[in-house]
Structure formats: C-alpha cells, structure tokens
Design a protein around this ligand. Structure first.
Ligand SMILES: [Zn+2]
Length: 186
C-alpha cells in the first residue's frame, strides 16, 4: 500500500544569491527551486582559483539555462553596503567582490517582493546580512548530502511516491519509479 505524498509547496518565486565559496562546494543547482544570482566578480574569483573543470562547466550550463543570472548591482547599493559595513566594522574584512554581492542582495530585495536568501560561508558577509535583515545560510561541503531530499515519482504520470518506493512500479500505470532531488526547506 503506497501512501501518496501530499506536497503543499510554497509556489512563490524565490531568489538565492551565491557567494564564491558556495559554488566551490560543487553543489548541484537543481537542489534549488529558485533562481540563483551572483555577480561577475564572484564568477571571476572562481575562475582565478584553479577550480575543478566540473564546477565551471556546471556554472556555464546554469547560465545558459537561465537558472543562474550574473548581474552587476547599481552603484547606490554598493555605496549603501560600504556605509553599512563601516558601521558593523566589516568594511576591511570584505573584498570588493563581497561588497558587490551584498549590494546585489539589497538591489534584488528592493526591486521585487520576492524572498531572497544569501548563501555564503563568509562570516563578514553573514554579519552584514544580519544587520540588513537579509536571510542567509551557510552550505558546507559535508552538509550537501544531507540537504538533498529525494523525491520518488513516476516519469510517466508524474505521481509522487514515498522515498522507500523507489524499487517499485507506479500503481497507476506500472512504469518503474524514478527519483530526483528535491530542495530541503531551511
Ligand atoms: Zn505512473
């Protein structure tokens, strides 16, 4: 007997902002439902570090499929971040790229009513986020596996099943069930 999963997911579009250290974990972007934003400076930072070819390829594909958007923030947001980080004492700890990334977060928050979240493992970025009420989360390499919730589904009729039904066939149409990663809620 298969209990069907009744998913009541939040359908609003959300925005994630990625720091370089998040890309460098090699994370699979498909875990995220939302559109991912970053700055050209962050992408350059990744290129300069002799990153695994695989990570750069993933970034390239994500840009092409518009899952990942690379954008320069407006000057006024950069200035706001400079002012705020002076107050928090993080100004000197933040690189040019860090400040641009924070400015992009401010810009994205202001231009839309969408939820944004900064993903970074950088303490100073987290600190400024917290002062600006920008939600943030770290993602460590060893934490990635735990983030993935596998969703078992029928590739033909799209019915969702329980995770322990993977080896079974669809009750409706008999197709072998498949699995796909499903983003964890933070
Ligand atoms: Zn089916």
């Amino acid at each position: 007997m298969t209990a069907l999963k009744n998913k009541d997911r939040d359908r609003r579009e959300k925005i994630s902002i990625f720091d370089a250290n998040i890309f460098l974990t090699g994370i699979d972007f498909n875990i995220f439902d939302e559109i991912i934003f970053t700055t050209p400076g962050i992408i350059n930072e990744i290129k300069i570090k002799k990153t695994h070819r695989n990570i750069l390829n993933k970034i390239q594909v994500a840009i092409e499929t518009k899952k990942l958007r690379v954008r320069i923030p407006e000057r006024k947001y950069i200035q706001e971040i400079e002012r705020k980080s002076m107050i928090t004492g993080d100004f000197n700890a933040l690189s040019r790229e860090d400040k641009d990334l924070l400015a992009l977060a401010l810009e994205l928050r202001e231009e839309s009513d969408q939820n944004i979240r900064m993903y970074t493992n950088d303490y100073s970025i987290e600190n400024v986020c917290s002062k600006l009420n920008i939600p943030f989360s770290p993602i460590f390499k060893e934490g990635i596996k735990k983030m993935i919730i596998w969703e078992i589904y029928c590739p033909f009729c799209k019915q969702i099943y329980n995770t322990d039904d993977l080896s079974k066939n669809c009750e409706r149409c008999g197709s072998p069930l498949k699995r796909r990663p499903n983003r964890n809620k933070h």
